[in-house]
Write a protein that binds this ligand. Sequence first.
Ligand SMILES: [Zn+2]
Length: 142
Amino acid sequence: METVSPPQTAWSRETALQEKRDVWQSIKRGFRGRCPRCGEGKLFRAFLKVDNACSVCGQDFTPHRADDLPAYLVIVIVGHIIVPLALWIETDYAPPVALQLAIYLPLTVVASLALLQPVKGAVVGVQWALRMHGFDEAHPEP
Ligand SMILES: [Zn+2]
């Protein structure tokens, strides 16, 4: 037996008059580890633990669903920096493999750890700005 989903709210003047949210500003605030709404409160309570709510404006952060996207994006970003660098150095200078490993492996680890929290903050900022998941007060997730 199929379940019937509740009807979607139709577009109306009231739905269009919601507070505008600047996506780029939210990304920048999240990247800095700040609340995407006010830019003042802290977004994280631990390295990768998003706080439950903003300490300044009270914005609820629990609806965020960053999941694996920050890690995926960090792999893409760091890979697009380290791999061309390694290919360029190998083709032009051909240093010993041990020296390359001694540089590339720690560089990859440090760059990944350095980017993980800012990228996760940016993802939460995008989700808030686009009213994804439970960030839309007009249509909260059940
Ligand atoms: Zn805030």
